[in-house]
Design a protein around this ligand. Sequence first.
Ligand code: BDP
Length: 691
Amino acid sequence: EDGYRLWLRYDKIDDAALLQQYRSQIGSVSFENTSPTLSIAKKELLTGLEGLLNKKITGGKSINNRIVVLLKPKESGGKTTADYNPLGKEGFSILTIDKTKNIIVITANTDIGCLYGVFHFLRLLQTHQSIQNLNITSVPKIQNRILNHWDNLNRHVERGYAGLSIFNWHELPGYIDQRYIDYARANASIGINGTVLTNVNANALVLTKDYLQKVKALADVFRPYGLKVYLTARFSAPIEMGGLKTADPLNDSVRLWWKAKADEIYALIPDFGGFLVKANSEGQPGPQNYGRTHADGANMLADAVVPHGGIVMWRAFVYSNETPEDRFKQAYNEFKPLDGKFRKNVLLQVKNGPIDFQPREPFSPLFGAMPQTPLMMEYQITQEYFGQGTHLVYEAPLFKEVLDADTYASGKGSTVAKVIDGSLQNYSITGMAGVANIGNERNWTNHPFGQANWYAFGRLAWNHDLSSAQIADEWIRQTFGNEAKLVSTIKNMMLASREAVVNYMTPLGLAHIMGTGHHYGPAPWVSNAGRADWNPVYYHRADSFGIGFNRTATGSNALAQYAPEVQKQWNDSNTCDEKFLLWFHHVSWQHKMNSGRNLWNELCAKYQQGVDTVRWMQQQWSSLKNFVDEERFKQVQMFLTVQEKDAEWWRDACLLYFGTFSKMPLPINYEKPGHTLDYYKSLKFPFAPGN
Ligand code: BDP
């Protein structure tokens, strides 16, 4: 059990009674239409059923106990009572149409809808659901559900912790690795319909003729799985590849160059998705190099792809070293004035929080603030700031926390989810992106539980109403098994894990106090990074009075970027949710917390709580020895030991350091740090995966 199969394990159902029941309910399958996608659906359904039921499934003529997969019949008066209108291009229905004969229909307007329906049906069996009287309709809430690979052409993955890139550019287009097919299949099973193949820190080489042939080979593999390919566009490509003197987006030759490039791409890949762009951010070139705005840059690319139906995802992760302005405020300041200035096929891709994928951030103030520009969400699935490939952290609670946050953009209930699914501000296109955590490790994600984050991202992009617990439940049943103890134990671990990591790394609203470059361990003392806003001391601002970043009106006033109701929620240090306290306030070490403790003691308690939760997870996992196969049991066990050590390291290094400001001792009975502060400061990580 090496993890390669992900959640698509179709082993025989081990509940004898249920197996018997399913077997009697499912005898044959029939596909009423044909297409490359429907052949895949058929193969998947047969493989799945034969594995799960451990019996041969026929395509035979028997009418009873049949599963029928069919496209919307062209003629009226077709075979189902399905209502096709709401299903759109990707939705599906699964209906029991004849209770006596026991006929189940999986149907959609499109073949990809049918494939999604087949995966959903198999999931019902994998998770031991009843398949009697089915009446399911499922339609994605977000149109573009996209993985962002930060993969370089030399196969190094920026912030990747699961081996090399799965895309082997050297061998493409001649050699099609089976992994490409399994990757597409896994994505289709959770409704992911797009993939950006290349790093946002882009290399223009991918836009050359030879590389486009390789991209085409991948697109051809992915197409029947409903997975479109996208590329990152390096803004200076017209200079680097095209021999032009400028990349000014208002220059005619530049515009023509991009137009011709888009035409060339679409001639090879007619359903190419479009471009993702990081511009004028962390050293990447962009329109501002020529005195133009982000809208000018995005619109130029949008014009190039629009004749072919393509989109541009323009990143809002932009901040400048030159301005003394709080980094928190910069994306909003930059983009809010551009609302309404983008072409219709541009989405602004906004990271969930205002800074950078920290274990906990308040939602980005851009959400809700740009009613005339479709904003899409960018999450980071890869665990750059979450213990990387070694910590067990289930990210769905983070994803949900942001989706459920209320922007109050149009009064109460204006959640971030409603902003990005377009329902609040009538966006015509919608999207959600996740920075992939996938590599060529045998089990795809290195940590066996990393798979859950890929899974959760896809499921939430399809339906953000699902709860973290529901998604965990599904994933565990498909990935490990259905025994009640197994499911409940793992679920509890997963649901506690994100708060644990917040506690042992950055409790009470701390952020960005990790080591420079590699971003793995704690380094709150760092003050000499290349830019002020890359320094941990910039973020925590600890001094003899207290700790935290004052973002109220007496400080940077970043809070003013939120709706008044949100400001009200956070702008008083006595009533601010303690989860976000140090995000918005510089608070005295003596500040009285809800627990009755002062801030210093609360900080100590939180760090300890983080460590304790990891130890609790270790115990929980140990209790599953007889429920989990040996291989994965050991892997997770070893990783939990690493995680425990790392949690202690974070706790000890941070508290020793912050204690030099608070001048208060660790509470009595507190575990003594293993080493001195100097020791933690001296640690070096020459082989840690950097960027
Ligand atoms: C940061 C990463 C860096 C990325 C950057 C981005 O450390 O490697 O290039 O985000 O999102 O979190 O562009």
